[in-house]
Design a protein around this ligand. Structure first.
Ligand code: AMO
Length: 434
């Protein structure tokens, strides 16, 4: 017997040997004279064969969701997809569920309402496909991190309890901080910019909080933001270029390292060789012309317009991504840098992926006077931002960056629509549990 517990991925190296393996009983499929016992291990479901001829215990001792140590023979079997078969000899039960599961989790999909899927999250995530989404998400984060470290970005961790909202608007959670008012961070914006002055290139993958009352498939009140910020840029297009390379890297990385999950979830990865870009104003006109729609809001997209624009771009170029640039200044936060040739427009962009905005980014104001002027114009209390403005006052290179919503990116990769599917424990206006 191999004297260590082995991983599902290693089984094929042990044909002809007796091994120990552990996991939870996912499913027991009784056939005549034998049974398939599916064992859920860390990443893969492993099929074992139970047969009274060689299994030295009573199958009734095993229940779905009991944790077990199994001793088994790895036997060559050409009829099996893997080329081997795992014959259970003995099983040691480590824990038994107290009750029947309230919901069936071991079919291809958890066939239930979104409500149930989320209410029973600690167990519905045990479903093979549900959990594969988060394995893939791990891959996405790993990909971001590996790429950015390779580009000499420094990973940082900024505070989530803050003194001022970075993104403006009323979408901010207030909290009582020892008798003073503080907030939950809407984004790491201020801090990542400050750290450009220290490390030149920085990134962070962390939760952010938005007190948005939207009840939609694309809004969460807590989501994971992938942020990067870089100094010494020549134009905001440097940031778009960096993002394009990052996305390319991720697709290759997922293909290489997460093919098991990609196959399980039937994900076809999009091509990101080149991402087309269009100015906001032109995009509005294009959509209006193609779909004979009246433009109602000249300063922002309606969600429907984002979908339509993605359709047009895909039809014309084949790309599932599109950069939209030069957003109107009045719709962008106070730190956004205006276009020198047109003060109404900012040097900023959004990235749409399959009809959904997944990224916002752009160049920031680095000049102290320019920043203070703009804040005054917006009737902001400049004194409140003293610590933010310290970096401007004492010298900053031209810089910019972006924020990408991890859940939105994940669902679009899966060709799905609801961000809750890509959130372990979603927080929305109706939900703070489990
Ligand atoms: P913005 O506020 O556009 O920009 O957010 C960046 C990206 O975060 C995602 N996102 C959300 N995802 C889920 N639920 C929400 N409620 C939600 N709100 C936003 C989107 C969006 O594109 N500081 C800037 C970024 C920057 O310029 O660096 C910012 O936070 O995918």
């Amino acid at each position: 017997i191999v004297n260590k517990t082995i991983e599902a991925e290693e089984i094929e190296n042990y044909i002809g040997q007796k091994i120990k393996i552990h996991g939870s009983i996912y499913k027991i499929r009784k056939m005549s004279g034998f049974a398939f016992v599916l064992l859920r291990t860390k990443r893969k479901i492993v099929q074992c064969v139970y047969n009274e001829e060689f299994s030295q215990f009573d199958l009734n001792l095993l229940k779905e969701e009991s944790s077990v140590y199994v001793t088994a023979n790895v036997v060559k079997e050409e009829r099996s997809k893997t080329g081997w078969e795992l014959r259970i000899l003995e099983a040691k039960v480590l824990s038994m569920p107290q009750e029947e599961l309230p919901i069936v989790i071991n079919n291809k999909i958890v066939d239930t309402s979104m409500e149930n899927l989320l209410d029973f999250r600690p167990i519905t995530l045990r479903n093979e496909k549900e959990r594969a989404i988060f394995k893939l998400q791990e891959g996405i984060c790993n990909g971001f991190r590996t790429f950015l470290l390779g580009q000499k970005f420094t990973e940082i961790h900024t505070p989530k309890i803050v003194y001022a909202g970075a993104e403006g608007g009323a979408n901010i959670f207030k909290l009582d901080y020892f008798g003073k008012e503080a907030y939950l961070a809407q984004s790491p914006q201020f801090y990542k910019q400050m750290m450009v002055g220290v490390f030149e290139r920085v990134f962070e993958i962390a939760p952010v909080f938005r007190a948005e009352k939207h009840d939609t498939s694309r809004h969460l009140n807590e989501y994971t933001s992938v942020d990067f910020e870089m100094g010494y840029i020549e134009s905001f297009e440097d940031i778009m270029e960096m993002e394009t390379k990052m996305l390319q890297f991720i697709m290759d990385y997922l293909q290489e390292t997460y093919s098991y999950e990609l196959e399980l979830l039937k994900v076809a990865l999009p091509d990101v060789a080149e991402i087309p870009s269009i100015k906001f104003k032109e995009a509005k006109e294009l959509i209006s012309k193609e779909y004979k729609r009246e433009i109602k809001d000249f300063d922002d997209f309606e969600p429907e317009e984002e979908k339509l624009l993605s359709k047009i771009i895909e039809k014309n170029t084949g790309s599932h991504f599109v950069f939209v640039t030069h957003y109107p200044s009045k719709k962008r936060p106070f730190y956004a840098k205006e276009d020198r040739n047109n003060q109404e427009e900012t040097l900023s962009f959004d990235l749409l992926f399959r009809g959904l905005e997944i990224t916002t980014g752009g160049q920031r104001i680095h000049d102290y006077n320019e920043q203070v002027e703009k804040m005054k114009k917006r009737q902001m209390t400049v004194e409140l931002f003293e610590s933010y403005l310290m970096m401007h006052k004492y010298g900053m290179p031209p810089h910019g960056g972006l924020g990408l919503g991890l859940e939105r990116f994940t669902i679009k990769l899966l060709n799905q629509d609801n961000v809750r599917l890509a959130t372990l424990f979603p927080r929305d206006i109706h939900r703070v549990t489990p």
